[in-house]
Design a protein around this ligand. Structure first.
Ligand SMILES: *[C@@H]1O[C@H](CO)[C@@H](O)[C@H](O)[C@H]1NC(C)=O
Length: 125
């Protein structure tokens, strides 16, 4: 299952980017981050319930595409935003803190799933 390492790389990459200081923001960006957070939670649920079936794979890929698209939208909106105030910055920092926690949980679940699948492969061939 190569998709799980891809997701781990994408989430880890976003976590690294979001850990850097913000240059700009708008209310739009707050909405974008809320969308990413809800997509991460949805992806986490797909990872946890993934059974290896085609139906699960499609549902998982749909959740991944949605998250990927939300990250692209957020990046574009941040790029297009004007300078942000310190109060906007504080709101975003709180939001990013919550998102980071969700990403860490999702990464943990993805890694656990990879280990579980590897264990099953080793034991059952
Ligand atoms: C945002 O800006 C960076 C730096 O200029 C650029 O590399 C990136 O492609 C831009 N991303 C989007 C989605 O506009």
């Amino acid at each position: 299952m190569h998709i799980i390492p891809t997701i781990i790389a994408a989430l880890a990459g976003f976590a690294a980017v979001s850990a850097s200081p913000f240059r700009r923001t708008t209310g739009t960006v707050e909405g974008d981050i809320a969308t990413i957070q809800s997509d991460v939670i949805s992806l986490d649920s797909k990872i946890k319930s993934f059974s290896g079936s085609l139906l699960d794979a499609l549902s998982f890929l749909t959740a991944y595409e949605s998250l990927s698209s939300a990250i692209t939208t957020t990046t574009a909106d941040i790029n297009a935003s004007t300078a942000f105030s310190s109060s906007e910055s504080a709101v975003l920092a709180d939001q990013i803190g919550g998102l980071t926690n969700d990403i860490i949980v999702t990464l943990g679940d993805a890694v656990a799933k990879v280990f579980f699948e590897s264990y099953v492969l080793l034991r059952c061939g």
